[in-house]
Design a protein around this ligand. Structure first.
Ligand code: 5GP
Length: 114
């Protein structure tokens, strides 16, 4: 399980966020420092530390991925395409130790990422 991060507090409703979707498993909200015109984070309510947390299940990952598709559609970025990113660990650039999927859209993305 993860430490008590800012995202766990957002999931519990203790810190405000611009929430665009939520269900019993996850919460989606706008990134505070957007890297694209649309930048939304999807997090599990469970305080999983990241992709490699032993408690992170295929069911949770599948649910989060399907919510990314739904949220991207509802945000109006699906037709032009978008990017879903999960940063994992130090080399992956993960700065918050609570599993999160980034949804980035509204502009063309470059490859490779920095
Ligand atoms: P990471 O680098 O861990 O993959 O991504 C963490 C993301 O969380 C960053 O894009 C950062 O801007 C975002 N973030 C950090 N703190 C907050 C916060 O308090 N509220 C919101 N909405 N986003 C945050």
């Amino acid at each position: 399980m993860a430490e008590d991060t800012i995202f766990a507090k957002i999931a519990r409703g203790e810190i405000s966020a611009d929430i665009v979707y939520e269900d019993e498993v996850c919460v989606a909200f706008r990134d505070i420092n957007p890297q694209a015109p649309t930048h939304i984070l999807v997090i599990p309510r469970d305080p999983l530390s990241g992709l490699t947390d032993p408690a992170t299940t295929p069911e949770t990952l599948g649910h989060l991925a399907s919510v990314c598709v739904r949220v991207a559609h509802e945000a109006g970025i699906a037709d032009d395409g978008y990017r879903v990113v999960v940063n994992a660990g130090r080399n992956g650039g993960q700065s918050v130790a609570h599993l999160h999927f980034h949804i980035l859209g509204g502009r063309a993305m470059a490859w490779p990422p920095g």
